[in-house]
Design a protein around this ligand. Structure first.
Ligand code: NAP
Length: 284
């Protein structure tokens, strides 16, 4: 679709950003809803983040998404932060108001909840949950674990200090020293670290084989949700299946969090058909 001078412009800031699927998703929806607009990738180095965010209203952008490594740092460079995002301590969406001010939102939480609901996970009713990781995605996962009513949230991260800092900041979860301890009897596993991301086929199989015994320690009805969505069949999903558990990759969350950002910028909420088409377009 060709653009007019009134086109709405948004995009994604990351470093690197070349891997991002967001331009494909948003481009798909802009075309589907015949919106005069575009969504562009913006490679922004950490040192340039403040300047890049300040430039958004100056350049007439509707807003932007933020991806690795900007989600936490961006909080300091917007005018307002929506309450839920402030509690989490990370923003993944910035919306420009008519007066040019910027508000930070976190659509990862609603995206993850919607993805879990799609997989039939609605409430934990006091059962234990394991959260893996301690970055921006883990903050969202901790918030979701608490909202689902987990009895105990065990957090394991490659770097324990970071897990301590995140659980302290959010007031959710208990840090454990070993991955096996986190997984023991867990009804829900939220894999929110970059473990397995972008691995080749052989390395994915190797990691899956390493992870399988640990996942066999989870509850037999456990749901294992890996927030990673590249490769298409992730090591954690393969390991969950090998352990006889239900595995879900991060694609549904990716689509749901993007749909909420799209609504914030355009007022249009992609419907279920558009969501599925976008997911299919993404996996081609
Ligand atoms: P981040 O803030 O940079 O944090 C990265 C986390 O992953 C840290 O806990 C880090 O541990 C850990 N990590 C990095 N490499 C690892 C490895 N090889 N093995 C084990 N742990 C490793 O990133 P993020 O924003 O939280 O994103 C984490 C993952 O979630 C990414 O793969 C991202 O694509 C995915 N994600 C998906 C969605 C979605 O919509 N599906 C949304 C957000 C994020 P250390 O603390 O030890 O460095």
């Amino acid at each position: 679709m060709s653009l007019t001078g009134k086109a709405r412009v948004a995009g994604v800031m990351g470093w690197p950003v070349g891997h991002s699927r967001s331009p494909a998703l948003h481009g798909h929806w802009l075309a589907r809803y015949r919106i005069d607009g575009t969504y562009v990738p913006m490679p922004v180095e950490p040192a340039g983040l403040a300047q890049a965010l300040k430039a958004l209203p100056v350049l007439g952008f509707r807003g932007a998404n933020l991806t690795i490594p900007h989600k936490e740092a961006a909080l300091a460079h917007v005018d307002r932060v929506e309450e839920g995002a402030r509690r989490i301590g990370a923003i993944n969406t910035v919306v420009r108001a008519t007066d040019g001010s910027l508000t930070g939102h976190n659509t990862d939480v609603s995206g993850l909840r919607a993805a879990l609901a799609e997989a039939g996970v609605a409430a934990l009713d006091g059962r234990p949950c394991a959260v893996i990781g301690a970055g921006g995605a883990a903050r969202a996962a901790l918030c979701v674990a608490a909202r689902l009513g987990a009895g105990e949230v065990r957090v394991w991260n490659r770097t324990a200090d970071k897990a301590e800092a995140v659980t302290r900041a959010l007031g959710v979860g208990r840090v454990v020293a070993e991955l096996a301890e986190a997984l023991e009897g867990a009804a829900l596993v939220l894999q929110a670290s970059a473990s397995g991301m972008d691995l080749g086929a052989a390395e994915t199989q190797e990691l899956a084989a390493e992870l399988t015994p640990g996942l066999q320690r989870t509850s037999p009805e456990a749901h294992v949700c890996d927030l990673v969505y590249r490769p298409r069949r992730t090591a954690w999903v393969l390991a969950a299946e090998a352990a006889g558990r239900r595995g879900q990759d991060g694609l549904a969350m990716l689509v749901h969090q993007a749909a909420e950002a799209f609504r914030l910028w355009t007022g249009a909420r992609p419907d279920a058909v558009a969501m599925r088409m976008a997911a299919e377009a993404r996996t081609r």
